[in-house]
Design a protein around this ligand. Structure first.
Ligand code: AMP
Ligand code: MN
Ligand code: MN
Ligand code: MN
Length: 280
């Protein structure tokens, strides 16, 4: 794999909270010059088959992935599974439970919003009309469409962000339980966007200690929208904890201009790429 190969190992489709179908996502990635793309929808692999077909047509290498919601202490963390076998039995069963958890959580959030004087039932209907798994992104869109928030950001700020309704109902499995699902599916577990968690430096180190001890082997060192000092810090953390480095835009929607597909910084020197030995 040449150093100049354009790689993006984190993206979403309409099967979770992305705005593009897998086919359109792959086409957009190809147009952006991406040569290796991972589709990593939240808690589902449902888009991978379509993405594989589209990638074959577009001459892109598709890395089968997933972004699993997990807990570490009181914090929600996202664990990427890369190069997973999407039909591996343990993973399939676990993701079915995650889907049920997402639906139940969405009902809980909407019930809470009802107590705040919002039309929770109709918001829930709007969210569940969407074919993919329900996420807070869908609820934010429903809040905006119903005139209850000015924008997605506003919806998160007022209702769905840290310390607000969504926190009441998020009850994800322990990170140490989630990592083995990925390993049993033949995948690599990579901790997503480590700079995005509200943790002290000491707590972040403890998170990485626990992550590596549970079999996690990679860190998403380069994430869309990251500043260069964050990339440096994350690269040092990867080296310190013996983790390889991943890079991914976390692309959701062409309207979110801060994390376009494939426009990513290089891994810091010395960090082993997560694709080492996985790509020709
Ligand atoms: P969920 O997994 O249902 O909790 O939804 C999390 C998703 O919401 C993330 O993957 C982001 O795509 C989106 N999200 C989280 N916080 C914000 C925010 N402040 N503004 C916009 N989108 C956000
Ligand atoms: Mn998302
Ligand atoms: Mn995430
Ligand atoms: Mn993501």
């Amino acid at each position: 794999m040449s150093a100049a190969t354009c790689i993006d190992l984190h993206s979403h489709s309409t099967h979770s909270d992305g705005s593009l179908t897998p086919t359109d996502l792959v086409a957009r990635a190809a147009a952006a010059g991406v040569e290796v793309l991972a589709l990593t929808d939240h808690d589902t692999t449902a888009g991978l088959e379509e993405a594989h077909r589209a990638a074959a047509g577009a001459g892109i290498t598709l890395v089968p992935g997933v972004e699993i919601s997990a807990s570490w202490r009181a914090q929600t963390v996202h664990v990427l599974g890369l190069w997973i076998d999407p039909v591996a039995p343990l993973l399939t069963t676990a993701l079915a439970a995650q889907a049920a958890q997402r639906c139940q959580r969405m009902r809980g959030i909407c019930e809470y919003l009802t107590t705040r004087g919002l039309p929770g039932d109709s918001l829930l209907q709007t969210v569940t009309a969407h074919a993919g798994l329900p996420t807070r992104t869908h609820l934010a869109a429903a809040l905006v469409a119903g005139g209850h928030a000015d924008s997605t950001e506003d919806a998160f700020r007022r209702y769905l962000g840290r310390g607000k309704a969504a926190q009441l109902a998020a009850d994800w499995p322990e990170m140490t339980r989630v990592i083995p699902w990925i390993l049993a599916a033949g995948g690599i577990a990579a901790l997503a966007h480590p700079a995005r968690y509200a943790l002290s430096a000491g707590a972040r180190r403890q998170l990485l200690t626990d992550f590596a001890a549970a079999g996690g082997s990679a860190l998403e060192v380069v994430t869309g929208g990251n500043a260069s000092h964050q990339i440096e810090t994350c690269g040092q953390l990867a080296l310190r904890f013996g983790l390889s480095g991943s890079i991914g835009s976390d692309f959701h929607n062409p309207q979110f201009t801060w994390n376009p597909l494939g426009r990513l910084a290089k891994l810091p020197v010395g960090v082993t790429p997560v694709w080492h030995g996985r790509l020709p």
